[in-house]
Design a protein around this ligand. Sequence first.
Ligand code: ZN
Length: 92
Amino acid sequence: MSTPRNGHGHRAYRRAQAALKRRTAAENLHCWWCGEQIDITLPAGHRDAFTADHPDALANGGRLAGQELQPMHRHCNASKGDSAAVDIWPAS
Ligand SMILES: [Zn+2]
């Protein structure tokens, strides 16, 4: 059974996350939740680590591909409360 997380859309999603991480560093983007800087060099498990978030949670019918992603701290993502949004993305 195909799910949004392991189907075709997931590969596009990973590419979009990687692109956003580069932009976060290159353009000094800030967390869209709290407005603070994000240090992309932090390990993925750190509370301030970079994550990429969909404005529309998957649980609300959002699609993985074709959405603008927003940079966010891990702890901000968690506190946002709609746990459907995002996996923690290990740095590669
Ligand atoms: Zn934040």
